[in-house]
Design a protein around this ligand. Structure first.
Ligand SMILES: [Zn+2]
Length: 130
C-alpha cells in the first residue's frame, strides 16, 4: 500500500470509539453507550470525548454473501460482501476481495475511500487475504 501521509494526503481510516465510562468499544459510533448509557457528543463540547481506535489489520470472516443486485454503473457481475470480527471483538462489514471465501478464514482489513451510489465519498473496508 502506498503511504500518502508524506504528501499531506489523509490516509483513509475507519475508527471504532471507546466509551469513556465503561470502556466498551463500539463500531459504528453510537450516540449512547448500550452498556452503561454514557452519551456521546460528536462535537466534543457537552460530553466527554470518546477515544477513537483505528480499525484495520487481521480479522476473521464470519459470514459472506454475493450481491447480484448492483447499482447502475458498476461493470461487474456481482460483489462479494463480508462480515468480519476483529481480535477486539468488534464486527464490521465491507467488500470482500477473495477468490474463494470460507467462513472462519483470516483476512486483512484495509480501508479505502469509496463512492456510494449517490456519488458521496466515504471510508469503507476491503477485506483481502494475506
Ligand atoms: Zn459505556
Amino acid at each position: 500500500m502506498i503511504d500518502f501521509s508524506a504528501y499531506g494526503v489523509k490516509t483513509p481510516e475507519v475508527y471504532a470509539v471507546k466509551c469513556p465510562s465503561c470502556g466498551k468499544l463500539h463500531y459504528p459510533a453510537p450516540m449512547i453507550c448500550n452498556k452503561c448509557g454514557e452519551r456521546r457528543d460528536p462535537s466534543g463540547v457537552i460530553f466527554k470525548d470518546w477515544e477513537t481506535v483505528s480499525l484495520s489489520g487481521e480479522c476473521k470472516l464470519l459470514a459472506w454473501t454475493r450481491v447480484y443486485a448492483l447499482p447502475e454503473g458498476l461493470d461487474m457481475q456481482y460483489l462479494l460482501f463480508g462480515i468480519v470480527e476483529f481480535p477486539n471483538g468488534l464486527r464490521a462489514s465491507g467488500r470482500l476481495e477473495v477468490d474463494k471465501p470460507e467462513t472462519g478464514m483470516k483476512l486483512n482489513a484495509r480501508v479505502e475511500t469509496m463512492d456510494n451510489s449517490k456519488g458521496k465519498e466515504f471510508d469503507g473496508f476491503i477485506f483481502e487475504s494475506f
